[in-house]
Design a protein around this ligand. Structure first.
Ligand code: ADP
Ligand code: MG
Length: 264
């Protein structure tokens, strides 16, 4: 019987060890190392580095996927000139994600279309890049999850899953008022996360109007705001809707003496 060649054996070992980047790249790296008269250590280090880099990229992708962002939005694509009152250095500092290590929260407040969801997702992606476990929900998705879990007597399990995250984004708090049960569930959620899991909350309503989200319960809304804002950064997005501005820009200019453009 003929012996397998060294490369066949090598490839089998690399496959067994699940070193897929090394398996893919070793012929090229080996050739380059020979050309450059690199040492064995340099060759091995270069190959190991490729494996480490590939794993790092794959784990970021896995965390981004697990976060279930509705779309992917990056900080680079955020036009800060559109919201001049927003404190850009503060946003860039938040993107370093130290607030997550401090278990502190962030609220993004402002009218529709001002970039709250965009910023929340962009910060969430930065957190994924820094090895944090992130999850995105809209407020109504989260309330529904609690309602379903309640029916199946699975609330403890749900809260266990929630606690495994380092950062949870709650988008669109205030768009849909919650009923009594929904309000109580979200209160339970905020209590669970207090000083345990960082939150980013986006909302169109000032805190004074939060009771109307939470079944008009002043006390419950007050206690919830108290927990959320004990350690918090509040970013106000003031300005016109970016969507509206973008669609206005796209509209053709009216002909001279023609109809005035509509102002939607
Ligand atoms: P909000 O959540 O405040 O209603 P979004 O974040 O959903 O607003 O923004 C609406 C759309 O406009 C999205 O496509 C978003 O990417 C874009 N957008 C909003 N603000 C900006 C901005 N300052 N720079 C770039 N894109 C923006
Ligand atoms: Mg939004």
């Amino acid at each position: 019987m003929t012996q397998p060649t060294p490369t066949v054996l090598l490839e089998e070992y690399l496959r067994t060890l699940k070193l897929s980047a090394m398996l893919r790249e070793y012929p090229v790296v080996a050739r380059q190392a020979a050309d450059q008269k690199a040492t064995y250590e340099q060759f091995l280090q270069q190959l190991a580095e490729l494996e480490v880099n590939q794993r790092h990229t794959a784990s970021i992708q896995r965390r981004i996927k697990a976060a279930k962002f509705p779309v992917l939005k990056e900080l680079d694509a955020f036009d800060f000139t559109a919201v001049p009152k927003l404190n850009k250095p503060r946003v860039l500092e938040l993107a370093q994600c130290l607030f997550i290590e401090r278990r502190s929260n962030l609220t993004l407040n402002g009218p529709p279309g001002t970039g709250k969801t965009h910023l929340a997702i962009a910060l969430g992606i930065e957190a994924c890049r820094r090895k944090h476990r992130v999850r995105f929900y809209t407020a109504s998705q989260l309330a529904n999850l609690y309602l379903e879990a309640r029916e199946d007597r699975q609330i403890t399990k749900l809260e266990g899953q929630i606690k495994r995250h380092d950062l949870i984004i709650i988008d669109e708090l205030g768009y849909i008022p919650l009923d009594r049960r929904g309000a109580e569930h979200l209160f339970s959620f905020f209590s669970q996360c207090y000083e345990q899991t960082s939150l980013i909350v986006t909302t169109n309503l000032p805190f004074t109007e939060w009771p109307q989200i939470f079944a008009n319960d002043q006390r419950l809304a007050g206690a919830l705001i108290d927990r959320l804002t004990h350690h918090v950064d509040i970013l106000e997005l003031i300005g016109d809707s970016y969507r509206l501005k973008a669609s206005r820009k796209k509209k053709p200019r009216p002909r001279k003496g023609g109809d005035t453009p509509d102002k939607t």
